[in-house]
Design a protein around this ligand. Sequence first.
Ligand SMILES: Cc1ncc(COP(=O)(O)O)c(C=O)c1O
Length: 370
Amino acid sequence: MKLKANILVTQPSLPDLNDFIPYLEKIWESKWLTNNGQFHQQLEKELAEYLGVKYISLFANGTLALLTALQTLKISGEVITTPYSFVATTNSLWWNNLKPVFVDIDPDYHNLDPEKISAAITPNTTAIMPVHVYGNPANVERIQEIADIYGLKVIYDAAHAFGVNYKGTSVLNYGDLSILSFHATKVFNTFEGGAIISHDEKTKKRIDFLKNFGFSDEVTVTAPGINSKMNEIQAAFGLLQLKDVKNNIAKRREVAEQYNAGLRNIEGIELFKLYPGTENYNYPYYPIFINESIYGKTRDELYNYLKENGIYGRRYFYPLISNLPIYKGLSSAQINNIPIGNDTANKVICLPIYPDLSIKNVNEIIKLIL
Ligand SMILES: Cc1ncc(COP(=O)(O)O)c(C=O)c1O
């Protein structure tokens, strides 16, 4: 059974084009295209309210937000991080001339295993960069305890965690800084975009200097900054997108619940579990984990079978970052240091999930997997 149209792992949510025209007209009228314009300021304000955070600085994309977050805190030496993520997490360390030190993940929730962090700390360690992978909060309490003991900074790559709360507050309120991605594939998108969440005005100011070449006023450059500002078209689009984001997350939830119901009792398929204490989950991905000896097909056999039937899942996150040619020479990248990460990367497929994916199509995908 080949479905009529190919179904990709995701499809961006877009507002009605006519609703965007008045925003564009305002930009054309004002001729203010970038540099902290009206829409940029308004989006920072509305996002801070929506997310329940104190300070937010908008960026051109999430990768530049990561690079700038590391510069903001003047991180040096070695940074402990997870190999089970999108490659931008580790690349941001490399671009800051930092040495990534990979620590394994936990088998249940796929995030950095805090119990393995201490053994990886050296006198050169200055920070931990965990990821809230698939929007599932990392063990923020234990990570902070360890950071406090060793005097380390914590920067969360929260690219997937838009709107997610943990124990009554935004998960973005943990750590020293968190970054978000508003890439086209994310739950909330501004075509490309990103943000850094900070907790005090001084830090927010420093971030804002750094994303604008380091300028603190017309003639003063306080740091070797970069140009990573979000422009007015992205910001205006974000304001429009924000109106629909709750509705879009609710539709994602319906898709996830349909998959849960259909795939719950299949031997050899493990479903994604939410970390206890998670609230307002945002359903950014729908990962399943294949135990080939029980399921009877390898992960790649299932992945290719789905593809032959027009279903384009993605093996997020395979290959593991630590196995990429650029990083595999690091001593922390050795497979025996990361058994759970390697196992997880070899088992995972993310099934299609997006607000407009019909329940009929979800049921057809489930049938192919059964
Ligand atoms: C975990 C993670 N970190 C960082 C990024 C980079 O964000 P961007 O694409 O906005 O640069 C992404 C996704 O693209 C991601 O999934």
